[in-house]
Design a binder for this molecule. Structure first.
Ligand code: ADP
Length: 407
């Protein structure tokens, strides 16, 4: 596995493990909350039941006291008038019980299996349903609250983790891309410099025919152009990043300008090497643009079409009007781009990680610059590809302007 993929999968495993542990912790916390609320309910129910037992005791004690005080053997009439209170009625006993224990009531039949009957069997003592229901409601409320809080905690933790994971992945990705970029730039600078040194030595140390000298001069010019292009791209990217990439916008007719840029590139890359076909709308299309910066855009796209296509290349450039916009499409029949890489090709330093692409010289800055420049023109650039082997198409959309009046 590539080191980059390895680092990412290790990072993923760590994040997944930590998330699982946190979810388990929260699950455990919910379980404890539910258990505690169950215990609280049990204790409160027991307190209610203790009240029922106390009510029974109170009533029984009163009855027993009365029973013991009623017969008076020393009195001739059997009872002592004025000393013996009359036996209270059931209604009076109910009132007395309910005043002391509002959660208890007297019923003719038991409502729960353990409901006791009064000492004289006049009625049963039972707990009122309302306080019991209230307790049950409290329990469900506590369970609901614990679950909601737990779910919220899990959500918050996972959300935080996802954000952190994405941030770290981005940082890591950027770091790796930067590392690739450094080695790519070093290679890009060293190759033409080494080649120029060899050609210079050859020119100064050997007797060469005029033809050979001409050929070497052509090769040296290509190397210098390569260096110039690289330094230009690096400078533009630095300017774009620092916000000092200044565009000198002026009315530009796209048709003739595009023809000239394509011709220049065809000449630079070797006549016919691009297999270039240019199709321009006959309608005059004008935009406000910096011709030099916009040329960099098309040149980078054409250079990529050249680099990432095998021979014989087939490159098409079209220019058309689309409502209020002008549309330039640069398409090729080259390597193509996978769906996974499509959204990343405009990222700084990004280069597709397959060997085929890596063998091609590059820094991963070209498309970043393309996007910066097009966006600064108020336009939009997009990429399309049906996948590896099916070529790629880049569309540039620029806002049109009215045809300027000739002075
Ligand atoms: P560079 O070409 O210097 O690597 P770019 O920013 O121009 O950098 O492109 C980024 C990556 O996008 C390239 O490395 C390549 O993998 C991919 N790419 C760009 N243009 C094409 C194309 N026309 N066909 C296939 N892949 C492309």
């Amino acid at each position: 596995m590539a080191p980059r993929a390895q680092t990412f999968s290790l990072q993923r495993i760590i994040f997944l493990s930590v998330s699982v542990v946190l979810c388990l912790q929260v699950g455990w916390w919910i379980r404890l909350q539910i258990r505690d609320s169950g215990r609280l309910l049990e204790a409160r129910t027991q307190a209610l039941q203790a009240g029922r037992a106390q009510a029974w005791q109170m009533d029984s004690l009163k009855l027993l006291t009365l029973l013991h005080s009623q017969p008076d053997p020393s009195s001739p009439g059997g009872t002592v008038e004025g000393q013996v209170p009359a036996m209270p009625s059931l209604a009076e006993r109910r009132k007395a019980i309910q005043e002391a224990f509002p959660q208890v009531e007297l019923v003719p039949r038991p409502m729960a299996p353990d409901d006791p009957f009064l000492l004289d069997g006049a009625a049963f003592l039972t707990l009122r349903p309302a306080p019991l229901k209230e307790l049950e409601d409290q329990r469900w409320h506590a369970v609901f609250r614990a679950s909601t809080e737990g779910a919220f905690m899990v959500f918050a933790v996972l959300f935080g983790f996802v954000l952190l994971y994405r941030k770290l992945s981005e940082e890591l990705d950027l770091k790796l891309r930067q590392r690739n970029f450094t080695s790519a730039v070093t290679h890009e600078l060293k190759t033409p410099i080494a080649s120029l040194r060899v050609w210079t030595e050859t020119l100064f140390t050997r007797e060469l025919a005029q033809e050979q000298r001409q050929r070497i001069r052509g090769l040296m010019e290509k190397d210098l152009e390569r260096l110039n292009e690289l330094v230009g791209n690096l400078l533009d990217v630095a300017r774009a990043e620092s916000g000092s990439l200044v565009l000198h916008l002026a009315p530009l007719e796209l048709g003739p300008w595009l023809e000239a840029v394509c011709e220049g590139m065809d000449h630079r890359l070797g006549p016919g090497a691009l297999g270039l076909k240019l199709e321009c709308s006959s309608e005059p299309l004008w935009v406000d643009a910096d011709p030099k910066a916009l040329s960099t855009v098309v040149e980078n796209l054409l250079s990529n079409a050249y680099k990432y296509s095998a021979e014989p290349r087939q490159t098409t450039v079209t220019l058309d009007g689309d409502g209020d916009d002008a549309l330039i499409v640069v398409s090729d029949q080259g390597h193509g781009i996978t769906a996974k890489d499509l959204p990343r090709v405009f990222h700084r330093f990004f280069r597709v990680g397959d060997e085929m692409t890596r063998q091609v010289a590059g820094t991963g800055l070209g498309l970043f610059l393309v996007k910066e420049i097009v966006t600064r023109h108020g336009g939009e650039v997009r990429v399309f590809s049906r996948g590896p082997g099916f070529g790629s198409a880049f569309t540039i959309r620029l806002p049109r302007r009215a045809i300027p009046e000739t002075p």
